[in-house]
Design a protein around this ligand. Structure first.
Ligand code: GCW
Length: 688
């Protein structure tokens, strides 16, 4: 099927630069091209439509053809290793015509190839010498939406949920399609529609029909729909007396429920489950294990090819051991006990998405179990939507961390399953998407969605390269502009670490909504809910002793790492107080004491934000007014809040250690009582 298409200008003149177009800011210039797409499947149609939107003038003929197309036979292309999602894009002569060929073994491969070609062109590269080939290292590349059915997004700072559950399935907001396009452009192939703190009602026929409507919209973009399942649903919806996974009536209920879902959504991905964590029901309520629970659900979706993503984010408010140890303690004995369509979803660190945590000790520790990593794209602990914090370096740091368990093994290689050859592998990101016009609350938050998708496709990519291609597509490929923006992004996450919790401190935020500092909080019912539990600061020193003399959490790491983490002199400064309780006057490799180093880092964080503001200010002439202004305003908020974090924290530490600030360091603006009295019951993202 040959479609000769005259391409009309796609962006209306004068259209607002409100961030809606994300990184897909295709040229507004009219282009005429020939797009040869055969055969026509919904996925190929979506790919061809994207080319019509985005192919710049003068690109010449583009052919989308599956590897099996007889016209390609004589080219002998190396398509065998592309798998079922990989692509190959290159110049070729097909049936006597010189074309830009996009090929792959499946239509999804062609879809990804199409987006790769558009990215290639949008980043300033030429079509004449295009030669791209890639296939994803990770199979499940998934966004987890913590969206409640009433439209509130837990830990969401970009407006309300994108899903208008009430008007679905009839009303199909065109935005759903744009969401799918954006995800497909970075290789995301799954979405969990509802919050892991799940309501059983999402499994009722009414809601299944709504989810099915979204699945129909996403399918042409290679995106499968998943649902978070409430473990007690057989009781709440089915009227059973128990949700015990070993009870045949419970298993039968889930089987029937799964059959019902698959009748509506034949390619339904499966379930995500948060069980026995923060009040959610689960198999432990009945004395059964996480494996019993996961395997029972896995059996229900197995006949349909579905999977279960079972979260390892468990800590019991009745378990007295170090919270950082609890997930490992619970899951390590279960290695090898999970069904083959279960994947265990592990947060990047052992506590909870803090600005910095050492990687989770389960990575490398349970090789018989496929593990998918869970990152948080929404910035619950990194300044909500307002702070500019590019998370690429955070994701990269974790993925590149050596587990020490096997030679050369990294968290990224565990996740991609390279060594163990598991049938499934995955990476999940808690979405930062809402109904804000710019989707994520700011231009730079879009970069975190982008970076997540790119790294899920290829965990070996560098966060800096990703930043570059994102900037080029989002703001334009003028090298002077790109070179000015990248440094702003590159140091931004470290700045947040510096002004919120340097040297490995963590979990110091205010209670509930997590907005702003609260390192003094000590009056919550359970010890591990309190920041004082995590920093253990007192008159003498600060930090959590996780060595043999303390909780011995270090022993959960491979011996080589455990040895290093046991010695403060061998522990990276960035993780020092995570593993060690040290005297305030303990001298570090920098020549400074712990106290001096802490202050220096708080100051550095505040100074970095000031520097980011200066750099951004200089870009005013080069960036459209609307996006420039919003970022400038948000940077001013960030500067104020960075100072607040630094001042409140230092005021508190000084109340403990009674030490003076090192010379040159400004005193906190207010006294400690002032900071403690601040209250923000209206802070967003905290469902009551
Ligand atoms: O970080 C914590 C959040 C909770 C969240 C939980 C989790 C969905 O504060 O809001 O609940 O993690 O990951 O389950």
């Amino acid at each position: 099927m040959l479609v000769a298409t005259a391409i009309a200008a796609c962006a209306a003149p004068g259209s607002a630069e409100d961030g809606y177009r994300l990184w897909m800011r295709y040229p507004a210039v009219t282009a005429t091209s020939e797009i040869d797409a055969a055969p026509a499947t919904p996925v190929l149609a979506a790919a061809a439509a994207e080319l019509r939107r985005g192919l710049p003038a003068g690109a010449g003929p583009v052919m989308l053809a599956p590897a099996g197309d007889p016209r390609l036979a004589e080219l002998r292309l190396p398509t065998a290793q592309l798998g079922d999602e990989g692509y190959l894009v290159r110049r070729a002569t097909v049936a006597g015509r010189s074309v830009t060929l996009v090929t792959g073994n499946t239509d999804r491969g062609l879809l990804y190839g199409t987006f790769a070609l558009l990215r290639h062109l949008a980043t300033g590269a030429s079509i004449e010498r295009v030669s791209l080939s890639s296939s994803p290292a990770v199979k499940l590349r998934i966004l987890d939406h913590w969206d409640n059915l009433d439209g509130v997004v837990e830990r969401g700072y970009a407006g309300r949920s994108l899903w208008d559950w009430w008007s679905l399935p009839e009303l199909k907001d065109p935005r759903y399609t744009d969401y799918a396009r954006a995800n497909a452009s970075i290789g995301i192939n799954g979405t969990v529609l509802n919050n892991v703190n799940a309501k059983a009602i999402s499994l009722t026929p009414r809601y299944i029909a709504k989810a099915a409507a979204l699945a129909d919209i996403f399918r042409p973009y290679g995106i499968k729909v998943y649902l978070s399942a409430r473990f007690s649903a057989p009781i709440e919806l089915g009227g059973l007396k128990t949700a015990d996974p070993r009870d045949p009536a419970v298993a039968a209920w889930w089987r029937a429920k799964s059959d019902e879902i698959y009748r509506a959504i034949p390619d339904f991905g499966g379930f995500l489950v948060k069980a026995n964590s923060e009040g959610q029901p689960g198999p432990r309520d009945y004395g059964a294990s996480h494996a019993d629970g996961a395997n029972m659900l896995a059996a229900a979706v197995k006949p349909h090819g579905g999977i279960v993503m079972w979260r390892a984010f468990v800590y019991a408010d009745t378990d007295p051991q170090d919270r950082a140890k609890q997930a490992y303690a619970e899951f390590k004995p279960l290695d090898g006990k999970f069904a083959d369509n279960v994947i265990v979803q592990v947060k990047n660190g052992a506590i909870d998405f803090q600005p910095r945590e050492p990687f989770h000790p389960l990575f490398g520790a349970i090789p018989k179990t496929p593990l998918m990593i869970e990152f948080q794209i929404t910035k619950e602990y990194l300044g909500f939507a307002s702070h500019l914090a590019y998370l690429g370096p955070l994701f990269e740091e974790v993925l590149d961390a050596q587990t020490g368990a096997r030679r050369g093994e990294t968290v990224g290689s565990v996740v991609s399953g390279a060594a163990e050859h598991h049938g499934i592998s995955g990476m999940a990101g808690v979405a930062n998407i809402g109904d804000d016009r710019d989707w994520s609350g700011s231009s730079f938050n879009q970069a975190n969605w982008y970076a997540f998708g790119r790294l899920a496709w290829d965990p070996a990519l560098s966060s800096r390269d990703i930043a570059r291609e994102w900037v080029e597509q989002t703001f334009g490929s003028d090298p002077a502009l790109v070179d000015a923006i990248i440094p702003i992004m590159a140091g931004s996450r470290e700045a947040v670490v510096d002004y919120t919790g340097p040297l490995g401190l963590a979990h110091l935020m205010a209670t509930g909504h997590h907005y702003g500092p609260g390192p003094w909080v000590s009056d919550l019912a359970r010890p591990e809910w309190n920041p004082v539990y995590y920093h253990r600061g007192d008159h003498e020193g600060i930090g959590f002793d996780r060595t043999k003399t303390g909780s011995n959490a270090v022993a959960q790491y491979a011996p080589r790492l455990a040895r290093a983490y046991s010695d403060p002199a061998k522990t990276p400064l960035t993780e020092l107080l995570w593993f060690h309780h040290l005297r305030w006057d303990y001298r570090l490799s920098t020549g400074r004491t712990v106290w001096e180093e802490l202050v220096q880092r708080y100051d550095r964080g505040v100074a970095t934000v000031a520097d980011m503001q200066r750099r951004w200010a200089a870009l005013e002439p080069r960036i459209d007014a609307e996006r420039w202004q919003k970022t400038a305003t948000l940077l001013a908020v960030q500067a104020r809040e960075a100072r607040w974090w630094r001042d409140a924290s230092l005021a508190y530490w000084m109340s403990l250690n009674q030490l003076p600030l090192p010379p040159g360091s400004a005193p906190p603006e207010h006294d400690l009582a002032w900071y403690k009295a601040l209250s923000f019951p209206d802070a967003p993202g905290n469902p009551q």
